[in-house]
Write a protein that binds this ligand. Structure first.
Ligand SMILES: [Zn+2]
Length: 272
């Protein structure tokens, strides 16, 4: 009989395996139409099935986020969305009632960010958006901004110390994203809804270069902005695992979970 030998491998950054690694998803919504078809427990089960162990969640309205957080406080990191229903993605820009809604929620619950909100170009300088930037500063919260190259710079002119998670990396190309991230150290970018960056498991060359150059600045995201997107949480995670596996392990690990954990998980634990 051969004695069984215990494995002696020690975990290190280089042992990172994208195929099985826990994922940090920085772009999850659980909005009212989703919670009507998917219970908090079912939504949590979907995330766990995908191997997502931490998720930054915002919902229209915020009750969705609070339900998920209650169901799995170990998994959910709440952020506060300025929308009370899904049809406010444009109207909120000029709706002053958004501010008391945010103030009331901020008094009641703990968050790491305000967002995700939509404000492109000059809209980012509208009074309601300015108030949101101030609220984030006052409460030491991140801004999760769905905005373009112009808009992200307008937000930073209002508050040069603002910390921004740039949703969808602004749907910008690698050169534009590189320029923003190099210029503004407080800007991080999520890769939600960016299925254009890889195909058949291979990253597009420009994106590959950028992720290797600035591995500390990117996070994954699924963007469950409609109820049916909850059905693709697992396949999206697997899609990301494929291209993550082609990157140097230390780079892949940063994007898969380390960046999100070091920023949002730590921040939420601190503020709680
Ligand atoms: Zn979104």
């Amino acid at each position: 009989v051969r004695p069984t030998v215990a494995p002696t491998t020690t975990p290190s950054a280089t042992s990172f395996d994208a195929r099985t690694a826990p994922l940090f998803d920085a772009h999850i919504h659980y909005s009212e139409d989703a919670w009507r078809v998917l219970s908090p427990q079912e939504a949590i089960a979907q995330l766990r099935k995908a191997g997502i162990t931490q998720a930054l969640v915002s919902s229209s309205n915020d009750d969705g986020t609070q339900q998920l957080y209650e169901a799995a406080p170990d998994l959910i990191i709440p952020e506060l969305r300025p929308y009370r229903s899904r049809n406010e993605t444009a109207s909120w820009l000029t709706d002053e009632t958004v501010i008391p809604y945010l103030e009331e929620r901020l008094k009641k619950y703990k968050y790491v960010a305000i967002g995700e909100f939509h404000a492109n170009g000059a809209d980012a300088d509208l009074p309601v958006v300015r108030r949101v930037v101030q609220l984030a500063k006052q409460h030491q919260l991140w801004l999760h901004a769905h905005t373009d190259v112009d808009g992200v710079q307008r937000l930073l002119r209002q508050d040069p110390t603002a910390r921004i998670l740039w949703a969808h990396s602004g749907f910008a190309n690698p050169a534009q994203v590189r320029d923003i991230l190099r210029r503004y150290p407080n800007v991080y970018a999520d890769l939600a809804f960016r299925n254009d960056i890889a195909s058949n498991g291979a990253l597009q060359a420009g994106w590959r270069e950028l992720l290797i150059e600035l591995p500390d600045r990117f996070m994954l995201g699924t963007d469950t902005y409609t109820p049916d997107r909850w059905g693709i949480v697992v396949s999206q995670a697997n899609w990301a695992r494929q291209w993550l596996a082609t990157l140097p392990p230390t780079v892949a690990e940063r994007i898969a979970n380390k960046n999100g954990e070091e920023i949002f998980k730590r921040e939420f634990a601190k503020g709680r």
